[in-house]
Ligand binder design. Sequence first.
Ligand code: DON
Length: 305
Amino acid sequence: MDVDYQQLLDEAMAAALALPARGRPADYIPALASADPGAFGMALATVDGELYGVGEWQRPFSIQSVSKLFTLALALAEGGESLWQRVGREPSGNPFNSLVQLESEQGIPRNPFINAGALVATDRLLELTGDAAGTIREFLRAESGNGSITTDDAVAASEARHGHRNAALAHFIASYGNLRNPVDSVLAHYYAHCAISASCADLALVGRFLARHGLRADGSRLLTRSEAKRVNAVLLTCGTYDAAGDFAYRVGLPGKSGVGGGILTVIPGRGALCVWSPGLDPAGNSVLGVAALDALTTATGWSIF
Ligand code: DON
């Protein structure tokens, strides 16, 4: 091993925890509100199958919007490029749950990572497989080798009870004819894949398919090399919402955040890195998570730039 990965993770965690800022856990999903903003974990899975971790890297957390990365990849793998007729691939410059662009853009969400676009991608995966949330869960189990990954039903139910915005988005999109399944089914699958619990170790192992240019853990191909490049490009430009510019500036890797505090990033050709800490900045990205990734890519030069 030419690089001491363990030492790099230890140092990145120390740099993040030295910061006074912690952010605030998401409280619009009540089941997430009680998380400790000082909790922290980070894991690195290399393309060769080595796994390193620090802090609470084996503790499951609610993956939330990190699931949108898998929704997109699986919808493209199963159904191909036609998805792009129903969702764009431009940064939105708006919060992840915003409704404002949908009317002027006739029900075509800006990108698959804001909630509106993820609802369309979920609808597409549901159309293609009959079970969007189950397909995502099985993919996570297969890539991580952890057969116990599952949806936390209490989190899904908590979000559904308070999900007026997502329901509004879904109905609005449906009013433009851009959903193929009933709104209630799309929302149920969306809440279920957001409420999957997985650890940094699990997600880093899963994220390797993008570091391996589309190859799954068993060596079979999920995405072509070109498709994997494109998913990474959308991750870089849209994966952290209206903070994507700042994330590219500080971290310089394709990445997807979630309001559970997780961020999964891809180091093309080298591995996948997942960090978790539940305190969020106003854009919905983990404060300590971004800080640790910033420290690590600054120390190593692993940015794609
Ligand atoms: O739909 C929601 O609001 C959540 N299930 C997911 C949002 C999310 O994780 C945004 N990420 N930073």
